[in-house]
Write a protein that binds this ligand. Structure first.
Ligand code: AP5
Length: 217
């Protein structure tokens, strides 16, 4: 049972690869971004606090996101977990260690998706998804097979994230550089970090991730 972190700036492909690993290996994708968006949509107290912060592209408080992960971690007790978008600060990295230790678990790998930030702006601003089932698409890289109809569920209803505009994306990237990238040495000193070329096509990135997990399992 593996526990892995997918690390990389906004648009690096963390969600895309986490969904593949979930489908192919039965691991559970734990995305704090998705959890927060669910809370915003449901209008919970967490959602009300997070909404404006997310729309500005800044980070939600460590206490909130660490609590969200703690609540969901037990659901991934037998299948392994993919941490997608968490941790994003040193405090979150330490909180994750504690949560895993309490459950007799530990991290296997931190996979960093190496990317060119400028190319990511295009990736993010072109992204949209199915309202009904959440399947992700892209204006240039991944259109539905039949234009306007979701491949997975047939819905014709699509949406874009409110934080996927260029200005907010640039703030999200600055947050990544200032608060998330500095946690890498914490994992490097434990020899957990593996690098994957996040600029390769999606299937190739997935193959590189698989080789990393299988080759060293
Ligand atoms: P979150 O939802 O985590 O967003 P993010 O980290 O900015 O990451 P994205 O979802 O934008 O990108 P991704 O790396 O998953 O890429 P994707 O696979 O979608 O967080 C949103 C906000 O929530 C944060 O700004 C913050 O406010 C808050 N938050 C969340 N977690 C938090 C935490 N721990 N602490 C504090 N605050 C937190 O791919 C992007 C696009 O590119 C897609 O269209 C995809 O189809 C395409 N694509 C993917 N891979 C490739 C490829 N190899 N080639 C071509 N296209 C590709």
């Amino acid at each position: 049972m593996m526990n892995i972190i997918l690390l990389g700036p906004p648009g690096a492909g963390k969600g895309t690869q986490a969904a593949r690993l979930q489908a192919e290996r039965g691991m559970i994708q734990l995305s704090t971004g998705d959890m927060l968006r669910e809370a915003v949509a449901a209008g919970t107290p967490v959602g009300l606090e997070a909404k404006a912060v997310m729309e500005r592209g800044e980070l939600v408080s460590d206490a909130i996101v660490s609590a969200l992960i703690g609540e969901r971690l037990d659901a991934a007790s037998t299948s392994g977990a993919i941490f997608d978008g968490f941790p994003r600060t040193q405090a979150q990295a330490e909180a994750l260690d504690l949560l895993l230790n309490e459950r007799g678990r530990s991290l296997d790998y931190v996979i960093e998706l190496d990317v060119d930030e400028e190319a990511l702006v295009e990736r993010i601003t072109g992204r949209f998804s199915c309202v009904k089932c959440g399947t992700g698409y892209h204006d240039r890289f991944k259109q539905p097979r039949v234009k306007g109809i979701c491949d997975a569920c047939g819905s014709t209803d699509f949406c874009r994230r409110p934080d996927d505009n260029e200005q907010t994306v640039r703030t999200r990237m600055a947050e990544y550089r200032a608060k998330t990238a500095p946690i890498l040495p914490y994992y490097e000193q434990r020899r957990l970090v593996r690098h994957v070329d996040g600029m390769a096509p999606v299937d190739e990135v997935a193959a590189q991730v698989s080789v990393t997990l299988d080759g060293e399992a």
